[in-house]
Unconditional design. Structure first.
Length: 166
């Protein structure tokens, strides 16, 4: 986590100075990956259960843990406190534009899943859970959950073993 924090702090410093207050992203050109974290991931790191899978029409996948994380993130996002003419124009506009952008980025993938899967809902739910589990683990894999190969009792040294498929 400290390495990721250092990368994020470096990105902030570079993009604030060289990137003209964050309007440009020179840190990406210099090979510094962007990390996106949210409070739902923090809860997952501390083994808070995901809860039942919910799919809300506007928000998309929102299990209780991630929905709670989304609400908490709104309180810590400085753009939610910007008012323009006594209305929340900036945060609402950003929320809508981000939603449209995310939908546009995932439209081809979702269309392909809908065409090729037997159960579209179960496939999207499974993919969402796998992606969130990977995000919570920061891309590291836990091999402790895998079955022990030695217990599968495959014996490939027997000369009399039948050949499967031929």
């Amino acid at each position: 986590e400290w390495e990721r924090a250092g990368t994020t702090a470096s990105r902030f410093g570079i993009n604030t100075t060289v990137g003209v207050l964050g309007l440009l992203d020179p840190a990406a050109d210099w090979g510094m990956p962007q990390h996106s974290e949210d409070f739902g991931q923090t809860l997952g790191t501390y083994d808070v259960a995901e809860g039942p899978y919910l799919y809300l029409p506007v928000l998309g996948p929102a299990p209780p843990r991630d929905l709670t994380g989304f609400v908490v993130d709104q309180f810590f996002d400085p753009l939610t406190y910007i008012y323009w003419d006594k209305a929340k124009t900036v945060p609402v506009t950003r929320f809508v534009v981000n939603g449209i952008d995310q939908r546009a980025r995932s439209l081809d993938t979702l269309d392909q899943i809908e065409r090729t899967s037997v159960d579209h809902y179960a496939t999207v739910r499974n993919l969402y859970r796998q992606i969130r589990k990977n995000e919570i683990a920061n891309g590291t894999r836990n091999f402790d959950d895998l079955p022990d190969i030695e217990n599968l009792n495959f014996d490939t040294n027997e000369p009399d073993s039948p050949r499967i498929g031929f």
